[in-house]
Design a protein around this ligand. Sequence first.
Ligand SMILES: Nc1ncnc2c1ncn2[C@@H]1O[C@H](COP(=O)(O)OP(=O)(O)OP(=O)(O)O)[C@@H](O)[C@H]1O
Ligand SMILES: [Mg+2]
Length: 358
Amino acid sequence: MSIKHIRINNFRCLEVISLELDHRRNYFFGSNGSGKTSLLESIYFLGKGRSFRTRQANKLVMYGHDSFSIFANTHGGNSLSLGAEFSQGSLKRQINGDYKIKPLDSALSLPVYVLDPNSHFLIEGGPSKRRQFIDWGVFHVEPDYLECWKEYRRALSQRNAAIKRGDNFRIWDQSYIDAGNKVNHSRSTYIEKLKNQLDKIDLDLIKKRISIAYFKGWDETLTFEQAVSSSATRDKVSGISQVGPHRADMIIKFDAKGTKENVSRGQQKLITIALTLSQVNIFFEITKIESLLLIDDLAAELDLGSLQSFFSLLDKVPAQVFITGLSKNYLPIKNEKYPMFHVEQGNVELIDLSHDFN
Ligand SMILES: Nc1ncnc2c1ncn2[C@@H]1O[C@H](COP(=O)(O)OP(=O)(O)OP(=O)(O)O)[C@@H](O)[C@H]1O
Ligand SMILES: [Mg+2]
């Protein structure tokens, strides 16, 4: 899916925006505080119903106003219209005028991925970031996964509540084990797909091998059922279920070494790029739907060679790409055929290249 036309009203510093967008790639250049990230944020919001910068939608409303809205039409024969309107604390979302949409409907209608200056946290941060990364990947390609994941969270919280009350928490074991095994199976399958995709990208992007492995969240020599039994005493003492998919992680190695200590900030970003492009590729392979890829201010910390490798890969990625930056001079682009927009004080204008704006 790709956005043909977008209209944004009162979203952060973007008061009234109306843009025709290119199906493949669009650039947005402008100084600090001009509204570049806000623009990407509005596109993300339309796809996901939330921001990647804040959990509070009211923070996104332009100061002095009480609502914001984002509407878009997609390219292609079966063009969709999508909308998100936030007013007086409540969010309404619609696809083709239908307001009864489920999370999966919009996730599949406008699948959106972000690479921004915080991307390295996927590598540097704790396991929950990586679990979230895998879960979003699985959720996009396995429609039943969300339900299965919720079932596991329910079983886990019931079991934990029983431990805290001092009740016989083991009566919850079966539902915790059954749901946990399903989550584990879906994630492990997804990791295999991710490995295949990474193998096609890593050398071109970063000149070294990136390898990943899934840590299930319990001793790998045991089944989940055995691990649950053997941790029952520890669970009781610690007051919480110690093993399971909620403790899982994706172990990432770069050039056969661990990433935490051996990898620079720029390399962490490149690894995150490789993982994200892999996700976009898997999503397309399975659904035949193109994603939206939002790339915010990536020139920071990447050298020209890395940026060049990244841009060559972007040509093949099945996604409509949005790229922001301070200036085109920091990016490896010459005689660009894709549209460039200038962002200034919340206004966005198509750049007239005859003036060669920087
Ligand atoms: N709710 C809001 N209403 C109006 N303006 C806001 C709101 N929230 C943030 N802003 C302002 O929007 C402006 C643009 O922010 P944004 O992060 O989009 O800029 P940017 O172009 O990405 O800058 P940088 O290059 O520094 O990343 C900022 O000046 C910020 O203060
Ligand atoms: Mg920004």
